[in-house]
Design a protein around this ligand. Structure first.
Ligand SMILES: NC(=O)c1ccc[n+]([C@@H]2O[C@H](COP(=O)([O-])OP(=O)(O)OC[C@H]3O[C@@H](n4cnc5c(N)ncnc54)[C@H](O)[C@@H]3O)[C@@H](O)[C@H]2O)c1
Length: 325
């Protein structure tokens, strides 16, 4: 196999660090690019690996970006201000990073003659489904109801509307992520609820009947590798939902799953809706076209988080470093 050089932006992040691991195991040479907003411990395990190189750089700095693209074949663009709360707290930065700097990155990729560009988008782009009886596939209308999703939708549209580019562009709309990765996050539904239940904290649940698709972080990382290895005509200028159609859950269903693992779970439901996103996603396209299959389900992720917290592998799971804001 000819080893390709892959630049991963946001490589120190929750999904990025898992992707670095996956790509190194897959025989790629990886250049990890990150400004280390949440530190860099997540990359320590790769230090010294012959196919790993780290560049501390900022997407907002043109020179950092140009330098990072030297000798690169493929770019996986994950760096972003991630999630609604941080985008609402830092709206100017969110626009700069998720939109303006992403467009500039792509322009530099054109100049650097990059072969493939994979963009980490989100199923949050679907917002709120009009009909609860349907599962949203890639042809469903995008209905962003947050600044975060707006920036993601705008960059998706930009990528899909580019004419005369030789770069194979692939958009991966990730489901909501859960599970253990080198940079753990406890501000994501499954991880946060399971942690709190494992710490015997009563849960307060808003919008218990709202749907969301879920996918394990290692499976999401694997989807990126699969997209990079796929025949270009299968992935060029296309969006894929990433997850599994059977892995859509309401928050109430998550409570049922968590209580199977942690029977002392205490839950209070609140009628106020603090997050109006409500969508069920069909992820059959990536399965049928790219042969992508998940290896873990939400109950597996709940067991994983419950055992890590229960065995006290993390001394301070409530520390704010495990959150994006
Ligand atoms: N976590 C989820 O549930 C989820 C779901 C769908 C899509 N996504 C997408 O996947 C990608 C990764 O998400 P994550 O959960 O790993 O987030 P994360 O916040 O853990 O990681 C993002 C990384 O990007 C880096 N970064 C931010 N701004 C930067 C800049 N200006 N220059 C260089 N690096 C910068 C941060 O330091 C961080 O390491 C994001 O694009 C996100 O929108 C995540």
């Amino acid at each position: 196999m000819i080893r390709k050089n892959v630049l991963v932006t946001g490589a120190a992040g929750y999904i990025g660090s898992e992707l670095v691991k996956n790509l190194l195991w897959g025989g790629f040479r990886v250049v990890a690019f990150d400004n280390l907003s949440f530190g860099g411990e997540s990359l320590l395990a790769f230090w010294g690996h012959p196919n790993f190189r780290f560049i501390k750089g900022d997407l907002l700095n043109e020179e950092d970006v140009k330098g990072a693209l030297k000798g690169i074949n493929y770019v996986c663009h994950l760096a972003a201000i991630v999630g609604e709360p941080p985008c609402n707290k830092y709206p100017d930065l969110a626009l700069k990073v998720n939109w303006e700097a992403s467009v500039r990155l792509y322009e530099r990729c054109e100049e650097a003659k990059i072969e493939r560009f994979v963009f980490a988008s989100t199923c949050s782009n679907y917002g709120k489904m009009a009909d609860v009886n349907y599962f949203l596939d890639e042809n469903a209308e995008l209905n962003p109801i947050s600044l975060y999703a707006e920036t993601k939708v705008n960059f998706e549209k930009y990528l899909l509307n580019i004419k005369n580019s030789t770069i194979v562009r692939t958009i991966l709309r990730f489901s909501t992520v859960y599970g253990i990765s080198p940079r753990l996050r406890f501000d994501l539904t499954v991880n946060e609820f399971t942690r709190d239940a494992a710490l015997n904290k009563p849960l307060l649940i808003y919008g218990e009947n709202f749907w969301r698709p879920y996918c394990h972080v290692s499976d999401l990382a694997n989807s990126v590798k699969i997209a990079l290895l796929a025949d270009s005509e299968k992935v060029a200028n296309q969006a894929f939902n990433v997850g599994d159609t059977a892995e859509n859950y309401t928050k109430k269903m998550l409570m049922t799953e968590i209580s199977k693992e942690l029977p002392s779970l205490k839950v209070n439901y609140h009628s106020v809706v603090n997050d109006p996103r409500d969508y069920r996603v069909n992820a059959d396209k990536i399965k049928n076209i790219l042969g992508f299959k998940i290896s873990k389900t939400v109950p597996d992720g709940i067991r994983e988080i419950a055992s890590v917290v229960g065995n006290k592998l993390i001394s301070d799971p409530l520390n704010t470093k495990y959150r994006n804001v």
